[in-house]
Design a binder for this molecule. Structure first.
Ligand SMILES: [Zn+2]
Length: 355
């Protein structure tokens, strides 16, 4: 079932700053000013989820089916291959694909018995269609009006297996698993449109929904590529990451640091834990020094002070196929994708249930 909402846009609304998607313009010049810090996983003072919440989150994560993840990635790519690419208004040579992926997401979620909301907006000649489903909180919950958001963009360069069918596959699997349960908070799973053109869809969503209470956001962008080779990982200038690209990075602004600490501790408890690197962008994360951390749909939420976590395989700092026609399903590491999905499902369940 689908619900369509059209949003009348005010002419005074600023168009999103698409320059944010251009790391070379923003952070190379300014990165060295104030370096973000790397969170120590071993610090015992970090907050953690309660034992009961941790236990039930681990049980939920076991329901991730790796066959579903790879099928979603391959099907999304196959659908995109049938789509006529559109030239972007802003990126002359960009071949944007978004329509078929949106239809695939709608079909799958509808088949799960969920009501898919299409939030459409058209301003300055740029139309967006953000899709979301709500998984209602337990009846009578005092926290039912609070949301835990799980997100990723569905528009793509070329066919986009890692960027961003990997994240969409996790969102669809999370919806399948979590819809059979109910938690203290409402879970909303959102597929954002036109991220590649400057975070357009998520900025519009964040503006329209800014009065809602968001307990946490988990935003994914590229969560399926890993390498175990030496020197397979690079980093923004001035920031030392690990040299082997086999970890999932989790980024938070200051307000999201407690949630990130809990998620990192939870990750270590999972049956097949994924290697994690936590990074903190000081303040709201919008300092020039942290601009490399603003390249996805969590940016507008950081600006609003929402505890938003950004989960990524670091994209072009690791994946040589990033934004190329070679970003195809066979280049992904499906064990890594499965572990990413298990973490996201467990973290969503825990964030939605923790008092
Ligand atoms: Zn992306």
């Amino acid at each position: 079932m689908s619900v369509h909402r059209s949003v009348r846009s005010a002419s005074s609304v600023q168009f999103p700053a698409f320059v944010r998607a251009l790391p070379s313009l923003r952070f190379v010049a300014s990165w060295a000013m104030t370096l973000p810090c790397v969170l120590s996983v071993s610090c015992q003072r970090e907050p953690a989820f309660s034992v009961a919440v941790t236990r039930s989150a681990i049980a939920v994560s076991r329901e991730v089916n790796p066959a579903n993840l790879s099928q979603h990635v391959r099907e999304l790519v196959a659908q995109r291959e049938k789509e006529t690419p559109q030239t972007s208004l802003y990126w002359g040579n960009m071949k944007l694909r978004r329509v078929n992926a949106g239809q695939y997401i709608d079909s799958y979620l509808s088949a799960q018995g969920l009501t898919v909301v299409h939030e459409r907006e058209d301003q300055q000649g740029v139309d967006t269609d953000n899709l979301y489903v709500d998984l209602p909180a337990r009846s009578g919950s005092a926290h039912a009006a609070e949301y835990v958001l799980v997100s990723g963009h569905y528009d793509n360069w070329h066919v986009g297996a890692d960027d961003n069918a990997s994240a969409v596959s996790v969102m669809l699997e999370a919806a399948r698993i979590l819809r059979t349960r109910s938690f203290l908070r409402t879970i909303r799973i959102i597929a954002f449109d036109r991220e590649e053109e400057g975070l357009v869809g998520s900025e519009r969503y964040a503006r329209l929904h800014q009065t809602e209470s968001v307990a946490a956001l988990l935003n994914m962008d590229c969560v399926g590529y890993a390498s175990h080779q030496p020197n397979s990982q690079s980093a923004p200038p001035g920031l030392a990451l690990r040299s082997v690209g086999d970890f999932l990075a989790i980024l938070a602004s200051d307000v999201g640091t407690p949630a990130m600490s809990k998620v990192i501790r939870l990750s270590a408890e999972l049956p097949s834990p994924i290697s994690i690197l936590g990074l903190i962008a000081p303040g709201t994360g919008h300092s020039p020094a942290a601009a490399a951390f603003l390249r996805s749909d969590h940016a507008a939420f950081w600006q609003q002070g929402v505890p938003a976590l950004f989960l990524t395989d670091t994209a072009d700092f690791r994946n040589p196929h990033y934004h190329r026609s070679s970003d195809v399903p066979d280049t992904l590491d499906y064990d890594f994708l499965q572990r990413s999905a298990q973490l996201v499902v467990a973290a969503t369940a825990a964030l939605a249930e923790e008092e």
